[in-house]
Write a protein of this length. Structure first.
Length: 189
């Protein structure tokens, strides 16, 4: 009797579509986990993040990318960071690392989020229609990030580079989130 193996699927089944010279696509190769600690332990987490991931902890509203470009650490609030990694099973390696302090709390978040990348010359115009935050490139620059609402859905916006943004929202409303970004792109091209 053959084995019936389950295969993971992403919230949007690897969606990718062009809108003129813009691309809207689901990013499926990241694992996401959160790190949290109490304020007095921030130096411990900073030392460990730098040692394990070779990246500095960012300030709130910023993100830092590792030298090998396989990991992004985002400061989502005081004492909480999200880590996006496409380097394999980093979460398992992290929680099995005996040198990682017990008072740093690690929570797998991958299944709770959908990640979209919108890129192209109209990406900013599309986001400005649905995002209440000022994304002007003079203010919102490369590696900046913000938690906000887009079309009544909680989201995170990260500026990867000029005309390229990562958008995170709850996987439970992934289709509604995708629809809002699609409609906005259609309206600006």
């Amino acid at each position: 009797m053959g084995k019936n193996l389950l295969s993971p699927i992403s919230p949007l089944n690897g969606y990718s579509k062009s809108f003129g010279n813009n691309i809207l696509e689901e990013v499926v190769d990241y694992e996401i986990f959160s790190l949290a600690t109490s304020g007095e332990k921030e130096s411990l987490i900073e030392q460990n993040i730098k040692k394990l991931f070779k990246v500095d902890l960012p300030f709130v509203g910023k993100s830092n990318v590792s030298e090998n470009k396989k990991l992004r650490v985002m400061a989502v609030s005081l004492d909480q960071w999200f880590v996006l990694s496409n380097s394999g099973d980093l979460y398992s390696k992290l929680i099995s690392n005996a040198s990682f302090p017990d008072n740093i709390y690690v929570t797998m978040q991958t299944d709770a989020w959908v990640i979209l990348r919108v890129s192209g010359t109209s990406a900013l115009k599309a986001l400005e229609r649905i995002c209440p935050v000022n994304l002007d490139p003079k203010i919102f620059q490369k590696n900046d990030m913000v938690r906000t609402m887009m079309e009544h859905l909680g989201s995170i916006v990260i500026c990867e580079e000029k005309d390229s943004y990562l958008l995170l929202s709850a996987s439970s409303s992934a289709k509604s989130f995708l629809h809002s970004v699609e409609v906005s792109l259609k309206n600006v091209i």
